[in-house]
Every structure is written in C-alpha cells, then in structure tokens.
Design a protein around this ligand. Structure first.
Ligand code: EZ4
Ligand code: CO
Length: 402
C-alpha cells in the first residue's frame, strides 16, 4: 500500500483551510487537516516543500513508523507548524487504513465506547439579553451543552461574540483587527452574565465559558471561586498555560472544573497539568496536536489522572479534523465533551461529510475511513484569502493575550 501522491489543497470556502490529500498506488485516498489559523501557508509550505517528497513511495499502512519518522527524523521537534503537519499526515493515514479495512476509523480505535459524542455549541450576544436568547435557541435545537460569551459593557467587539446566529468565525479577512480589553471590567461582568443565564434558563444543561488566556493566575483563581455556584461544566483557558505550574495556584482556590489546551501542540505541553491533576479537561485537537496517534497518547495519560478530553472544534478546524475528532471521541474511555461550531454551507459543500448532529450528540457515520470527501473542483473556486486572528490591547494600548 505505497503512497503514490501527496498533495496540499489550500482553499477558502468562507475561511481558509489547508488539507493534505494522500493517494495510494491502489487509488485509496486519505485526508488530513493542516489548518493553522492566521499562519496557514507556513504549514502548507512545511508539507509541500519538506514532507510530501518524503511520503511518496512510503508504505501507507505504517502509521506509527511514519509519525516517528517525521517527528524524530526532523531533529527539530514540536511547535505548532510541525505538529500540525504531522497531524495532517497521521490523520490521512488513518483515513486510508479505515478505507483499506472497509471500516469507519472508530472501529480501528477499539470500537464505540459510547453511543454518541456529546457536543457544546457557541452562544453569544452583544449583551446579556442577547446571550440568553442565543443560549435558549441552542437548547431548543436539542443541544445539551452551551458555551456562553457576551460583550463586556464599555468594550467594543469582545471576544467570542459572533456576527450572525449560529456562525462565529474567529479570523478576520485582511490584516488583524484590534480589540480593546479591560480585565477589571470583564471580571465584574462575567459572573453577572453566567448567573443571569442560570437564573433565566436553569441548571438542566451544561454551561461552559472561555476566558481565552486573558487572566493572571490569581485573577483566574478569583473568578473560578466566584463562579462555583453557577455550576459550570468547565471554565476554559483562564490563564496562559506555557507556565504549567501556574495552574497549581488556580487549583488551590477553586473547585470550578478547569479546561485548557487548544493552543498546545504536544503531550509535553500538558504532562504536568495532567499528572498533577491541575485540570479536568484537556482541549488538544487532532489537527494541532500531531494527529489521532498523538492525541490518543495524551488521552491515555489523562485517563490515569481522571482528566477527560474536550477537543477544540472551532470553525478553523476543518470538517476533516471534526470527523477525526468524532472517531477519536467515540472510542476513548475518558471522553468528556466535543466543541462543535457549525461550518458554513460553502465549507460543508467543499468538504462533504458523513457526521451528523442529533439530539445534542454528533455521530461520525459508518462510512469506511473518516467519512469526509474533498471536492477539489469546488475548492479551486475559493482561493486563499489573507486573514488573521484579532489582536487585543488593554485600555492603555498594551498588547494583551487574545
Ligand atoms: O479562538 O479557534 O474554544 N474555542 C476558541 C476558538 C479559538 C480559535 C482560534 O483559532 O477559543 O474560538
Ligand atoms: Co477556547
């Protein structure tokens, strides 16, 4: 089962996606998501210029060997570009292995450990009333878990507030927009937002919130403590986690469940957080953390320490990543929840996928492989468009974490 062709497809059906497509000599194809929001072309070049030439002629069946070859063999390890590229190759090889076996990938990973994949949707509003309305609309569509964000009074364009109902796209076309931020104003506002959601809509669904790495550990600890009665499913990305031990401080002060990891690229970014039981959910994704192979390694470590998975699933992760995540989610014992932001119709037309939402759960489908097909002709109609994530500045103009 030799690889005949390794091809990178860059397209922008509503937003930019980088996709690796591998084809074997027998004509089986596999897809991997290589999208790194705002830095897309770096991964495309890493694959096209340095990895694809190594793949042609390799045995597509040797997933672990190829992972090690690309990771150890490069000498330069880790980093978002490298791990995203390896993740795309790994995902495409799992897709091929599933098609070769005539089975959906989750069967190769041990079969179903549950009936469906619990997902959370993104509700947001310019103010509390709008956020409550958006949350109620998710609940009426059958969602059992909702992440709620709202504009902070006095600050324009706060993080996480979508432009249209159900669709939220974190990147802007052109050069980065700049948003103002005040941690003080946010800390006064966030508890009111989440308390209002609970008092209007009750406790009969999972409520999540994302602080997007904007707090210091002591601010984070205070917020977690303040929110205990709101009974959150999780509080996400409270503080930047490059300094893993800073979570010790947060953990000492609050019993609110903590989630972190959407910007991590390997097990080395979360091994202390997991082994010291400083978090409850690990948010690494198939695309950004070295593929299904490496994410399973992280999940196995996490399982030892009662840490559950909560894969990143924003719109900058393509339907290929979403499908791969669902096969992973269905099969790992310590699954927690899956983020699910719907893609636009244009994206779904380019990436035709089997996965479907029903009654608060996603199902990956029963097609062999991942269950996603890339329409390359349609993709070619949507060329790359420069886009960046916004940049955040505090009120005095200092660059802050986004
Ligand atoms: O900001 O995917 O939990 N989800 C998120 C996302 C991220 C984007 C970054 O590319 O925080 O909206
Ligand atoms: Co997040």
């Amino acid at each position: 089962m030799r690889i005949r062709e390794a091809k990178v497809v860059v397209c922008s059906p509503g937003r930019n996606f980088v996709t690796l497509k591998l084809t074997t000599e027998s004509g089986l194809t596999g897809l991997g998501d290589a999208t790194l929001n705002g830095r897309e072309l770096a991964v495309a070049s890493y694959l096209e210029d340095h990895v694809c030439p190594l793949l042609v002629g390799r045995d597509a069946a040797r997933i672990e060997d190829t992972w090690q070859y690309l990771y150890r063999g490069a000498y330069w390890r880790r980093g978002p570009v490298t791990m995203n590229a390896i993740g795309a190759v790994d995902t495409a090889l799992w897709d091929i292995k599933g098609k070769a076996a005539g089975m959906p990938v989750y069967q190769l990973l041990g079969g179903r450990a549950r009936d469906g994949v619990l997902v959370y949707g993104h509700a947001s509003g310019r103010d509390i009333a709008e956020a409550i309305e958006a949350t109620a609309s998710y609940l009426s569509k059958g969602y059992r878990a909702v992440r709620v964000q709202a504009g902070v009074p006095g600050l324009q364009d706060a993080y996480g507030v979508g432009k249209g109902a159900m669709f939220y796209e974190p990147a802007d076309p052109g050069f980065p927009s700049e948003h103002a931020w005040s941690t003080e104003q946010y800390l006064r506002f966030a508890p009111t937002l989440l308390e209002s959601v609970r008092s209007e809509l009750g406790f009969d669904f999972h409520l999540l919130h994302d602080a997007h790495h904007r707090l210091t550990p002591i601010q984070a600890a205070g917020l977690g403590k303040r929110l205990e009665d709101v009974s959150l499913f999780w509080l996400e990305d409270l503080a930047p986690a490059e300094l893993q031990e800073s979570f010790r401080l947060i953990r000492h002060h609050t019993t609110t469940p903590l989630a972190v990891g959407e910007v991590f690229d390997s097990i080395w970014d979360c091994k202390d957080l997991i082994a010291e039981q400083l978090i409850d959910y690990i948010r690494c994704s198939v695309a950004h953390t070295g593929g299904i192979t490496h994410l399973r390694r992280i999940a196995s470590l996490a399982d030892l320490y009662h840490v559950r998975t909560g894969c990143h699933g924003a719109t900058d992760l393509s339907p290929v990543c979403m499908a791969a995540a669902l096969h992973f989610d269905l099969s790992v014992p310590n699954f927690g929840i899956q983020e699910y932001m719907r893609h636009t119709e244009e994206t779904d037309a380019v990436f035709r996928h089997q996965y479907a939402f029903e009654d608060g759960y996603l199902h990956p489908g029963e097609e062999p492989g991942l269950g996603v097909e890339l329409d390359e002709q349609l993709a070619a109609r949507y060329p790359y468009e420069r886009a960046y994530l916004p940049v955040t500045r505090t009120l005095d103009g200092t660059v802050h974490s986004w």
